[in-house]
Design a protein around this ligand. Structure first.
Ligand code: HEM
Length: 491
């Protein structure tokens, strides 16, 4: 009995030691930061408050550089623009900061996501997939976007006719789901598809937390994955079915991401050529990844844009005038259904509306890089050791009075005057590991927004929340509650 109690105490002591052994790391180096707690490190508040609130509070309290603890592990937050650029852009970014936090997963699809790949494998897969997003390739996907805007406008017309409240999250979720399902898989999403897609993002955040506090070897034993397995497996099977069908029928003419990736598939095992191709598992993984990250982030962008315009009618009117002016110059008074996206790209004010929306509501709140060797941080005395995670506090920088005067105001003019400090505007990240899908996201958003503003106005309703409300997601992602406005037909 005594032996058992002793053993339990010893195990408890050892575990406590493991969970707190690093918690003096920053204090002993004179770096400020929040006080860590056993087990949780500095992460506990993110269970209860939206991630972005603690991010901004800490930036204001501890300054642009401060230490944190993800459970047991010390990490460094760096929000000084010159240092942010050093870490994210240029040769140093490739030499030292090319990887993110290692993803703890044994799942065959998740392990091959471009976002989780490292070093030479990442370089190879990125260089093969990047051409998928050139303007030429994206042009082929424009008909999907135009087709998906039909049901979107019909839903808006119904809501305008009934003067009913509209949840923009649901409205634009359906649009971007339609676009990405067609673009990634040449598929029209049915109910099961939509349900599985929503599960990709709605998982309890203790999963992320386990990722911080339990060693990889233990997680591997239990086949643990941070992202939920079932929807991943569902999309893997959908993709395999499509690939096999296309191969069996010789239907290789489709204009979607999957086909572009299949065209780059590994075909021969000879010479060094094989390194430049994708394996079948890699194709599957990128298709599922593009789908899963592509629809949620873009639908959030459109929902926030609609919300900001509803609260800022002057900006909305200016955007409408700039759009109509540009399109009438091109087409005369009969503006066609299929608008040339090149024309929309030229409308600076429309771009500025999207830029400002992404400043105010950047869906990815903090970005991460992992040091691959010891590194002295600029003119500070801080040494970032090999393996440490460096966080870039994008939300805090986007809402800093110093970089964006009157930071909570929605003012697209900021992006027209050329006064943005380099290294402070990062909705899509920066450097070699930036968002590969940014052009795609902006293209589909520009098309949808222009088409909507030509016919409708977003207006504030009695139930519109000001300010918006967010869930604590426990992850560096914005988790908006419903985003409710009304729409009216434009006369
Ligand atoms: C408004 C929409 C979007 C936002 C705000 C967004 C934001 C981001 C951010 C902040 C990153 C990390 C960048 C960094 O670490 O420097 C990222 C990475 C990534 N994004 Fe997006 N994204 C959006 C849409 C998309 C779309 C539509 C796709 C694909 C169809 C996509 C695919 C990816 C991929 C694959 C990565 C990882 C790239 C790599 O590691 O090489 N994103 N995104």
């Amino acid at each position: 009995m005594i032996l058992c109690v002793g053993l339990v105490l010893a195990c408890g002591f050892l575990w406590y030691w493991y969970l707190t052994k690093n918690h003096k790391y920053w204090a002993s180096r004179g770096v400020a930061g929040p006080q860590p707690l056993p087990i949780f490190g500095t992460y506990l508040c993110q269970f209860f408050t939206p991630f972005q609130d603690s991010e901004l509070e800490r930036y204001e309290k501890y300054g642009k550089i401060y230490g944190i603890y993800d459970g047991t592990q010390p990490g460094l937050i760096v929000g000084r623009p010159d240092l942010v650029r050093q870490i994210m852009v240029g040769q140093l970014a490739l030499d030292v900061f090319r990887n993110r936090r290692a993803v703890k997963t044994t799942h065959p699809v998740m392990a091959k996501f471009l976002s989780s790949l490292e070093d030479d494998t990442w370089k190879r897969v990125r260089s093969i997939t990047a051409p998928t997003f050139t303007s030429g390739k994206l042009k082929r996907i424009i008909p999907c976007m135009t087709a998906a805007s039909g049901p979107l406008l019909a839903n808006l017309a119904a809501a305008a006719a009934n003067a009913s409240d509209l949840d923009l999250k649901a409205l634009f979720g359906a649009y971007t789901m339609d676009v990405i399902a067609h673009s990634a898989f040449a598929t029209t999403p049915d109910d099961v598809f939509v349900q599985q897609a929503s599960l990709l993002f709605t998982f309890p955040f203790w999963r992320k937390f386990l990722d911080y506090i339990v060693p990889m070897a233990v997680l591997e034993k239990f086949s643990f994955t941070v992202l939920p397995k079932d929807p991943m497996t569902f999309f893997r099977e959908v993709t395999i079915r499509i690939i096999r069908h296309r191969r069996a029928t010789g239907e290789m003419h489709h204009q979607d991401f999957l086909q572009l990736l299949m065209d780059a598939e590994e075909t021969e095992e000879t010479g060094s050529d094989v390194k430049k191709k994708l394996t079948e598992e890699e194709i599957l993984a990128q298709s599922v990844l593009f789908f899963s990250v592509g629809f949620e982030t873009s639908s959030q962008l459109l929902a926030y844009a609609g919300y900001c315009l509803a609260l800022n009618p002057d900006v909305q009117d200016t955007a409408y005038e700039k759009i109509i002016e540009a399109l009438q110059k091109k087409y005369g008074t009969e503006i066609p259904e299929e608008i040339d996206p090149e024309e929309l790209t030229k409308i600076k004010y429309l771009n500025a509306v999207l830029d400002e929306t992404l400043r105010l509501y950047n869906p990815v709140l903090r970005m991460e890089r992992r040091a691959s060797s010891d590194f002295q941080l600029g003119d500070t005395n801080i040494i970032i050791p090999k393996g440490m995670i460096v966080g870039i506090p994008v939300w805090a920088m986007h809402h800093s009075e110093e970089f964006y005067p009157d930071p909570w105001a929605f003012d697209p003019e900021r992006f027209l005057t050329g006064n943005i400090v380099p290294g402070t505007y990062l909705p899509f990240g920066d450097g070699p590991r930036n968002c590969i899908g940014s052009r795609f996201a902006l293209l589909e958003s520009r098309i949808a927004l222009a088409k909507i503003l030509l016919k409708f106005k977003f207006v504030r309703s009695p139930t519109t929340k000001v300010p918006l409300e967010f869930f604590p997601t426990g992850r560096p992602l914005l988790g908006p509650k419903a985003i409710v406005v009304r729409v009216e037909e434009r006369n």
